[in-house]
Design a protein around this ligand. Sequence first.
Ligand code: BES
Ligand code: ZN
Length: 622
Amino acid sequence: MKSNLIYLLLISMAVSVWSCKKDDKSSTQKTVEPTHIMDTHSYARPGEAVINHLSLDVTADFKAKTISGTATYDITVHEGADSILLDSRDLDIQKVTVDGTETPFTLGSSKEWLGQPLAIPIGPNAKKIAITYSTRPGAEALQWLDPSQTSGKKNPYLFTQGQAILTRTWIPIQDSPGIRLTYDAKVSVPKELMAVMSASNPQVKTADGIYSFSMAQPIPAYLIALAIGDLEFRSIGKRTGVYTEPSMMEKAASELTDMEKMVEAAEALYGPYQWDRYDVIVLPPSFPFGGMENPRLTFATPTILAGDKSLVALIAHELAHSWSGNLVTNATWNDFWLNEGFTVYFELRIMEALYGKSYADMLTSLGYQSLQETVKDLDPGDTHLFLNLAGRNPDDGMSDIAYEKGAHFLKMLEAAAGRDTFDNFLKTYFKDHQFQSMTTAEFVTYLQENLIKPNHLDVNVDEWIYGPGLPANCPVVTSERFTNVDIQAANFLKGQPAPSLNINGWTTHEWLHFILAMPDSLSKAQMKDLDTAFGFTKSGNREIQAAWYKLAINQGYGHEIVPAIRKFLVEVGRRKFLTPLYTAMIEHGMKAEARSIYDEARPNYHSVAYNTMDKLFSESKE
Ligand code: BES
Ligand code: ZN
């Protein structure tokens, strides 16, 4: 009995070593190749057995709101392993085979966010496992839309959102960003709909509603994505195009005409685009994010369609992920800044290349302002670039720290090294690590060896990455175009009427800066003056609307424009807009309105958005 216990203990110790980093010398199991790092957000133990390729054969049932079928995997089994572990959450697993033979499997107990480990016993020579399964209607990655929630109003729609750990709610998978796989898929959908994935895609509907896909480059599971709807494709450039519902196509295509130029600018900076085509799907407004960098096919919110191309930086951002994130991937969600910080930096460089420095400076300045707010609001422990998300939902790490502190860190390095040197460093970094994952520690070593030492730089890397707040050498960009906005804002506050302000040539970003420059102490008359002169409440620009509504609520002017706020929150499901607006209402005496709007709007939101809003309401005291 006692020796059994010791044996078990030894096994479990060995197992935890197997899933540790390659340079971990303490492993006594020489036969196992410990090439993966520990990811606390996945049950997978890739050091024992790992999936390399997924072959998906599924049907989307819009009546039952389920995806069901078979997922077949090519696997590599390391010596000493007797099972393979996959992540699964809220899945009904009907049958498992190993190399064609039906095999009993175990689903472990369920943990919040993580779901259940699916353990499949395997022999040392196992090559293929197949899982027959179906999703449940509440699967969190999936949003099933009724026709009324689409632009065309006639057909249903489905889209998935995998990042960070939701892919396991629609495919049993090793759902860790440190594990990469190729995939192919056959997806059956109602004949009147088209299916697209983060893979090679159709450009017209098929007669039978069956679609085949292939993703030949290895990607992490969070980048597997699917959308199904009444879709149409339009080409923009030689390898770029847009998918959306027919009634949105004109608007979408005319907004996104610069996509091809963006790809060219990105390649000129950091090397060849490695994913063949770059297309964008403009989704219904309930999409919970601005954009999601699904390889070959960025998923985007329609809230970027401002009519004047002023919000297309979001496309540059998602495109930039084709290098930072999709080519070189954060090894765990603690390393999230390696995805997002690099991507914001890269996005700004693409925008500068296309639209000039004064434009990029406005974006940088807006980013810096929101970074300062974030640093003020967050617990200092959450303001380190390298996060500690053990025991937490990785969604908690999604703050401006990863994005903006990360980008400012790289700007600081750029300033220290000089632009050409830094660009060469980044280009080589992407090339040296393509199709691999990256930990923060590995990056720091690479940075020391390839940028800091050779150029004799004196930079406080550890303070930036492992310390709180903003180090003293945080670069601050001043925007020329905002200097005039500040003057006009000051004039208004001194009493100059809104209609006589000099707003000549202002674009979306000047307006956003102007709204953000308003203090919380405006009178109702001042708010009315601004609204009448500039039409903020009725703006067709979602960013301006959101900024203005937040200001209005904070000023006590929100009561005057409740119908507009309600309409906005019912139509739009982008979490970045929802959180500040509901928070402002809860904190500024509009809790009842917030509740009533939320009751109406919640059915339109994706789980990512309603989970956050549910928490917001439940944590706010009466
Ligand atoms: N990859 C993110 C979205 C994401 C992050 C989803 C973490 C789930 C978990 C995407 O690239 C992103 O950053 N989107 C931003 C837009 C961007 C311009 C900052 C968004 O959705 O607002
Ligand atoms: Zn991003």
